[in-house]
Design a protein around this ligand. Sequence first.
Ligand SMILES: [Zn+2]
Length: 244
Amino acid sequence: MGPLLNALVKLQSVENNLRAAKAKLARCRRNVILKENQLRTLQNTLEAKKEEIQLTKIQVDRLELEVKTTDETLARYRAALNTAKNNKEYATILTELNTTRADSSKVEAQTLELMKNVEIDQTQCGQIEAEIEKEKIELSEIRKQTEEIAKKFETEIAAVEQQWQAAAKDVQAGALETFKRVADTYDGEAIAEIEVHDSKSGVYTCGGCFMSLTAETANTLLSRDEIIRCPNCTRILYFKDTEI
Ligand SMILES: [Zn+2]
């Protein structure tokens, strides 16, 4: 391997360390995000439940008013019974009275059912509120712990970043740009080793995407210290020194 590919292989190794350190930081912060989401879900549930209670209460008020109005109607029917002129009229009013009373008791039962639901929902609200308080305490604890660990990881990242800058100095500007672009495409993996299956018959594959490479590609790389990229995945190809 010539100096350019040598420098790129070194840079790749530092790039791997840098990505690993950044991933550690992201992982440790993910716990906080998860907890925040949990808390938000609880708060949304609580709000939805409170809104539901509000709506049910409005419905209860409406039904109670209906029952009150019906009570007045029933009173009128009772009075009418006393002043009925004949049996037929009496029977008609009595039927009306009974029907109205039956309807009204249905509404009353419905009202009671709704009030029971409100009570259940209110109990649940209390439970959710208690859970929210618990989650808040846990979240602040996790935040504190995470920040301490994160500081450690940030220091580690800064150190690796310095190593990266030092390794990048040995790579020409154009090659460095290519390296960075491919690294961003493949989650840090910018270079791929050429895998030699049979050097005599010229069977080579890209270690990144496992597609076959022509013997010409392999031979060019053996004779020149330059960037040659896999025609399929575009990774920068290299031979491990031991395999040449
Ligand atoms: Zn490839």
